[in-house]
Design a protein around this ligand. Structure first.
Ligand SMILES: O=C(O)CCC(=O)C(=O)O
Ligand SMILES: [Fe+2]
Length: 201
């Protein structure tokens, strides 16, 4: 396997690697535009405390099969990889030395849209899940907060950059994409994940 340079982001209780830019400006822009136009973007919906919420942020979900995935009391079905998403999956797998069977995409139109503190610890992802996050478009701050010590740290996710979260990260740390008035342009984020399918449980 090839070795790539990366920065280690978490001091303890989890493993996060930041590879920096893995796509040059031209490729990042081309993928951004292709995904903006070709992905089936939808507003995310959730039922939280009995209220039906529709987010401003748009989402899409792709994978090897049309997996059904339930969170926040809503079931979604994955679309099968587009050609450009499949190419990005192969690129990301090369850096991470891991394979992924699905990808959740988020489209943030500007800094008014973000993602609140959460961890990606759904049962369908299993323990010590590996999540690779590729960012395209506007540079945004990404933050981690330890669930017990409350230690907080953050980094900037650059255009074309790759972040890998693995080990006990989801068990011990929350992460968020804070809203900001400074960002007025859109960003697309792709999180490649491994969804545990019926056959492999
Ligand atoms: O947009 C990001 O960088 C993070 C997205 C995220 O945390 C998620 O989709 O679970
Ligand atoms: Fe997340």
């Amino acid at each position: 396997m090839l070795n790539f340079e990366f920065a280690i982001m978490l001091p303890y209780d989890g493993e996060v690697r930041y590879f920096g830019k893995v796509l040059n400006e031209g490729d990042a822009l081309r993928y951004f535009e292709e995904l903006l136009g070709n992905v089936e973007w939808r507003n995310d919906e959730a039922v939280i405390f009995g209220r039906h919420i529709i987010t401003k942020r748009k989402v899409a979900w792709y994978g090897d099969h049309n997996y059904a995935y339930t969170y926040s009391n809503t079931t979604r079905y994955a679309q099968v990889w587009t050609e450009e998403l499949f190419r990005l999956k192969i690129l990301v797998e090369g850096y991470c030395g891991k394979t992924f069977n699905s990808c959740l995409l988020n489209l943030y139109h500007n800094g008014d849209e973000g993602m609140a503190w959460h961890s990606d610890d759904e049962k369908s992802l299993g323990q010590n899940t590996v999540i690779a996050s590729l960012s395209l478009g506007a540079e945004r701050k990404f933050a981690f907060r330890h669930k017990k010590t409350k230690e907080t740290l953050s980094l900037m996710l650059e255009n074309g950059s790759l972040l890998l979260m693995q080990g006990a990260t989801q068990e011990n740390w929350l992460h968020s994409l804070p809203k900001t008035k400074k960002v007025t342009t859109p960003r697309i984020n792709l999180t490649f994940r491994t969804f545990i399918t019926e056959g492999s449980r």
